[in-house]
Each structure stands twice: as C-alpha cells, then as structure tokens.
Design a protein around this ligand. Structure first.
Ligand code: ADP
Ligand code: MG
Length: 588
C-alpha cells in the first residue's frame, strides 16, 4: 500500500497554522489586518489570559454575507487576489487566504458578521477546524471574530508559548504596530478588562504616537519633511539626536502600510545616526515608505514580516538621505537663535582685548586652542592664522548659555534658558577635533607640522596594512605618511594636534584604535571611522584653564555640526530642565 496520502483539510490547516499562527500575537495581527482590508474605521481589541483565553477583534468594516462568511473559512479562499499576476501588485494586508482557516483549526472560533445591506447577520461557530453551527444573528454592520482556547487541540504548540508576560508584550507590540500603521483608524485596546489605550482617529502619525506613548516621548521626535526620491515617498518621525533608547522597541518601518523588517532599512537608520549613537543605544524611528508595490516582494515570510526590495540599496540610500536631512534641519533650527545672539553680542568683554570680532557661522567654525608645537619642529602653512581668530571667538558665548563655571577640570556648568547644562570638556574637545578632521587640511582646519628629519620604521603586518589602506584620509588629517617598501613607513609630518609625539607610537596607536572601533574600510562612514580613530589619538586633552578658554570651548562646540555628542556617540552635554530640578526638590 502506498504511503503517500493527501492530508485532510483540517490537518492541512493545522500545518499551515504552524506557520501563520505562531502565538496569540500573530492571531491578533491577522484579525486586525483583515479588518483594515475590509475598510474598518475603528477597531475594538480585547485580550484575556495572555491571548490563550480570549482574543476578540470587532470592526465596523464591510462585513460579509452568509456565503462569504462560509467561504472565508475555506483554505486559500480570499477576496483579495484572483491570479498569480495580482500577487505582484497587492496592496491589501492579506492575500493568502490562510489566516482564518488556520486560526479556526486550532481554537474555538466564532465569526459574527453583517454587511450593511443585509437585514440580519450570520454567526458561524468552528471548533478545531470543524464547523459546529451557522445561524442568523442580530449584529451591527461589520465583523467580530472571537478566538478562544487557542491551541487547545495542539498541546505541542501550546507548550512552546512563553510566559504570560512575554506573550502579552508581543500582543501589545502587534496592536501598537497596527495603530502606528493606520493613525486614522480609531482603536480601543483592552486586556483582562482593563483599557490599555483608547486612541481616537488621528490625522497625523505624531498624534498617534502621543496617544500611545505619551507627550514626553513624542516631544523627543522630529517630524521628517515628506520627501519623494526615485518613486519612494518617505515620511515619519525620528529621534532627536541624544534622545535614544537602550532597545529597538520604538523602531517601526512600514512599506505601503505594512509593518516590515528589512536589513536595508535598519542599515539606513544606523548610517544616518552614525557618530550620534553610543554603542548599544538606538534611535526611535517611525518611518512610512510608499512605493510601487511591484518593487516590493511581501511574499517572503509566512507572517509577511520580512520584505524583499527589488532595489534595496536605492531604498536604503533614500531613507538615509531623508533622515540625515531631518537631523541637519533640526540642528540648524536649534542653532539659529543661538547664532543670532552670537552675532549680536560681539562687543568685547574687556577693553584690553582688542582683536577684531569674528562672526561665526556653522560653515566657518573657529579652531580650538592648538597644541603648542614642540621645539625642533617647523610649522608649515595655515595654522598660525587660525590662532588669532580662535582668540577672537573666545568672547562669544551665546546668551542662552550663561557660563556658571567649571566643575573640577572635567565639566563646565552652564545655565541655559531651559535649565542647567553640564558639559563634558573632553567630549567637547573630541567633537570639535573630529569635525576639524572632517574639514581637513584642504579646508584649512588642520595644519601639518613637518618633522625636521623624516622617520622611517617598520610596523607589524596588520598595523602596516591599516595605515597603508588609509593613506588618503590620513593625509587629509595632516599626516605626511608614505609606504616605504615591505613593512616600512616613512613619516614626514604629523597633524598640529599631535606635534611633538613619537610618530611610530602615534601610528601604532592609530592602528590599535582602528581595530578597536572596528573602523570599516569600505562603505558609508568609512572615512569618518578612520577619523574617529585619529581623534582618539589626542589623549592629552586638558580642561580649559581660564574663563576665556572655557568660553572658547563652548563657542567652538556650538559651531559644530553635531554638538550634542562626541564622535563615539557619547553625550557632550547633559541637560537638567527647570522642571526636572523643581520636581527633584519637591517644588511642584
Ligand atoms: P486573506 O486575508 O489572505 O484574504 P483570510 O483567511 O485572512 O485571508 O481571510 C479570508 C477572507 O475573509 C478575506 O479575503 C476576506 O474576504 C474575508 N474576511 C476576513 N476577515 C474579514 C473582516 N473582518 N471583514 C470582512 N471580510 C473579512
Ligand atoms: Mg487575512
């Protein structure tokens, strides 16, 4: 007798359920998506017992007549696509016609539904995939689906469920995701009889984020200007620099309304925030992309979580550019009033200081106090000119930041219009130096100091290679280095801020810093990774010695592109708002 037989419908559905219905959260996701596909404007979601007790979604969508209500429970029954060709342009959430029969095969399932035109609704009861009853029911237009005792007949699956707390957090995430994908859809979410949130229809994503996560979180977000590049429309909200989290719980990507995971999208975020993130910190991003559905393949993952882009790199680049533009604009907006003040307040503070006032803009930043050249070194070109202007800038600390004083030699204490600001001097120096390196020798921001006699020496193979592949960036940072055959290097000059140091030690340390920071050799940010390693070499940074130097530091910092964090992403300034302080002292 042959061993191959066709599976019964119920067994086939249970097998499919293994893929579509991993856990209670996947049921809620499928049910909500069906409601949205049916044009619902508002959803009621109710959960009991971490989802194995009850999952119920009620919508005010199109509803189904009796014939459709029965059809919906057949495998591969879908109203959404008819031919394989439709697959390439699907815009609905569902399209496989698998969810309802799969869910019904592993639970006690009730479908109550009525289309607007019909006088009465239909109620269908299914238990473990077997139709138990079909009858008339009085109900409002729309659909309610109730799923009880999930996995009661597949103990193996039930055993695989995690703790109630874990399943609940997956449920919350599933509801949040739909809420963020469709801010215009009203939502009431209850768990064990308690309202978790009731979010009214919102015309904006920002409004929805505020309803879900509160004002404090939504205030820490920047609205991305909606942009269209190469047929990809991008909009959404992203973290202000510095307002990051230790997890990715606030990262949501939507493509044509569908929540997706995709490595190109997460790479775009990481690249846009490079230098702004401390290791282990993540920005919040709520990004909607709208594009030709034919450029996206959603049919990769059974739960449709992963998507594949036809032009992944183009999508990544568009998203990165969009986030970068948002961050740049935010910085400009933040500095505008500060710069207006700097310009207005350039009156000399003391009569003694008569050097001419300099008006700074973000593009003509002053140079930090240069490290004095060690004796025996010749100085080449443009460094000396920079010194004069650096001194002139020392007078201008914007009024928004009143310098209160230094806290040991490490921190500066500033009073800002919004509260107290603590500034880490070392981090500030690193940020300033890093941005000098970005402008480089060509931009007049770094000067090369020639050694009296060139030094030739060997480095171990790995270190030698690290230097050899980065000669261009090193040259722009003020190094005069050449590969001199075999493992030898010839050093003729060092950047001004490393003047007087032993060239061999400097390059060894550079190679070690590259290895440690994992400087990437190719791709976006590779040059910056190398510059980060160079910045680390300036280890002998000292705190400002007097008020003039303190002011110079603040002024130079505020002229930076990213004054909030050092090149490694650590904060440069910590702010304690008046509200925080008052609260801590029990004044409010
Ligand atoms: P799919 O969503 O892939 O089409 P499902 O098994 O999830 O497959 O649903 C099968 C069909 O049942 C859908 O195509 C739709 O016609 C109908 N349906 C399911 N849920 C609803 C609902 N809440 N309101 C109206 N119709 C629904
Ligand atoms: Mg569906």
């Amino acid at each position: 007798m042959g061993k191959i037989r066709v599976l019964s419908e119920v067994v086939a559905s249970q097998v499919a359920a293994g893929e579509v219905v991993e856990r209670p959260a996947s049921v809620i996701k499928e049910l909500m998506e069906n409601s949205l596909d049916a044009g619902a404007r508002s959803l009621e979601i109710e959960v009991r017992g971490a989802g194995t007790g009850l999952l119920r979604v009620t919508d005010d969508g199109s509803g189904m007549d009796r014939e459709d209500a029965l059809m919906a429970l057949e495998r591969h029954a879908t109203s959404k696509i008819a031919t394989a060709a439709d697959l390439s342009s699907v815009l609905t959430m569902g399209f496989r016609g698998e969810a309802l029969p799969s869910i019904a095969s592993v639970s006690e399932f009730t479908l109550r539904t009525r289309p607007q035109a019909a006088a009465a609704g239909t109620e269908t009861l299914v238990k473990g995939g077997k139709l138990v009853a079909v009858r008339d029911a009085g109900c409002a237009t729309g659909t309610t689906i109730e799923v009880k005792s999930l996995f009661y007949n597949v103990p193996a699956r039930r055993k695989f469920l995690r703790s109630d707390a874990t399943e609940t957090s997956h449920l919350d995430r599933a509801v949040e995701t739909v809420a963020l994908a469709f801010p215009a859809v009203g939502l009431h979410y209850q768990r064990d009889g308690r309202t978790i949130y009731r979010a009214a229809s919102s015309p904006t994503l920002a409004g929805r984020v505020r309803d879900l996560f509160g004002a404090e979180e939504s205030d820490a977000l920047l609205d991305m200007a909606e942009a269209e590049t190469g047929g990809i429309r991008i909009s959404g909200l992203v973290s202000r620099p510095g307002a990051t989290r230790s997890d990715r719980a606030r990262q949501f990507f939507f493509v044509n309304g569908r929540a997706v995971e995709n490595v190109f999208l997460s790479t775009a975020v990481r690249d846009a925030y490079r230098q702004m993130l401390e290791p282990g910190r993540h920005p919040a991003v709520f990004v909607h992309l709208v594009m030709d559905p034919r450029a996206v393949d959603c049919n990769v993952h059974p739960a449709k979580r992963e998507v594949r882009f036809r032009h992944g790199a183009a999508v990544r680049d568009a998203l990165r550019a969009s986030i970068e533009a948002t961050l740049r604009e935010a910085r400009a907006a933040w500095l505008r009033p500060v710069q207006a003040h700097v310009t207005a307040r350039l009156e000399p503070r003391s009569e003694a200081d008569s050097s001419p006032a300099v008006i700074r803009t973000a593009h003509q930043p002053e140079l930090p106090r240069p490290v004095l050249p060690a004796p025996g070194l010749e100085t080449t070109a443009p460094a000396s000119k920079a010194v004069g202007t650096a001194q002139a800038a020392t007078r201008a600390v914007p009024e928004e930041f009143r310098l209160v004083g230094a806290l040991s030699r490490r921190y500066l204490l500033l009073e800002g219009s919004e509260g107290l600001v603590l500034l880490d001097q070392r981090a500030a120096h690193q940020r300033i130096l890093f941005e000098r390196l970005q402008r480089g020798v060509a931009g007049g921001a770094v000067a090369s100091q020639r050694l009296l006699a060139p030094e030739v020496f060997e480095l171990p193979a790995r270190a030698h290679e690290t230097v050899a592949v980065n000669l261009d960036v090193l040259a722009s940072a003020g190094f005069g280095v050449e590969v001199f055959g075999g493992r030898s290097l010839k050093v003729e000059a060092l950047p001004d801020f490393l003047a007087g140091r032993d060239p061999r030690r400097v390059l060894e340390d550079f190679a070690a810093a590259c290895a440690e920071t994992g400087a990437r050799v190719h791709g976006v940010g590779a040059d910056d990774a190398v510059r980060r390693a160079v910045t680390r070499l300036a280890v002998d940074i000292e705190g400002a010695r007097d008020e003039r130097e303190q002011r110079a530091l603040v002024t130079q910092l505020l002229a930076c592109d990213l004054p909030y964090c050092d090149p490694e992403g650590r904060p440069v300034m910590l702010q304690f708002s008046w509200r925080d302080l008052d609260r801590k002292f029990g004044r409010t």
